[in-house]
Ligand binder design. Sequence first.
Ligand code: KIV
Length: 288
Amino acid sequence: MADTKPVKKLTIFDLQAKVDRGEKIFQVTAVDFPTAQLVDRAGIDCILIGDSLGMTALGYESTVPVTMDEMIHHAKAISKAAKHALVVGDLPLGAYHASSEDAVNSAMRMIKEGGADVVKLEGGEDFAPMAEAVIKSGVPVMAHIGLTPQLMSKLGGFKVQGKDASTGVQLLKDAMAMEKAGCFAIVLEAIPDRVAQIITERLNIPTIGIGAGPDCDGQNLVLHDMVGLFDRFSPKFVKRYANCWEIISKALEDFQEDVNKGEFPKAEHSFTMKEEEYRDLLQHLPKS
Ligand code: KIV
């Protein structure tokens, strides 16, 4: 579909304004130019260049091996498609963990080379100094706490976080530390709905939930999960809105069947030449 309507590019301030008006924030991942166009034109507020692309687009078992160079490669294509949405670039494992200097350098790459508007980083209190350094350098940061897949070895796998009082309180402390560091929003992943509700009530910045119940200020889904393009597993918090795997598999089967039956290509898919040019061609064919 042609891209004709003039659109306003969203900023971090528009997200807060939505929350102030009592509206929800929507964030969905994209991995390349066409998926980013789909997300952008659907009116989603934030396109997340999530490091989940390591699993959905690159075939890794987890997000752990994803590099900064891989993120930038995808970010370049995604950011070109975003006419309306705020583009959030994830910083992958190793891009900010050793020092604030690393964090600032990685964030700058994501903005300068990748074309993202803001960055996201996983982690709570321990990573507040890194977030603060990036924000001081001029790049807005979205925080991400709860199930932080980059540290899944430490967490013991893809597990719901904050299920008891002490870990629930620690999540609130993490969220407050990231707000204090200056983050403009925070993703809450795979935590009990009641913990997410408390965090949402206590924070001034918007919370964006993925597996964190209905009380967050916004909701996030991974595009490949919601449209059925990732067949390895489906977390409990995913709602599948389409089965693109089935649709594309059927198209591929139909294509082979059509060719075998002589149903494709037909005249409308072929290029013709004028009758006299054809006769001329036959006359000039080399002798076999
Ligand atoms: O990488 C990603 O897709 C994410 C979301 C799960 C929030 O970080």
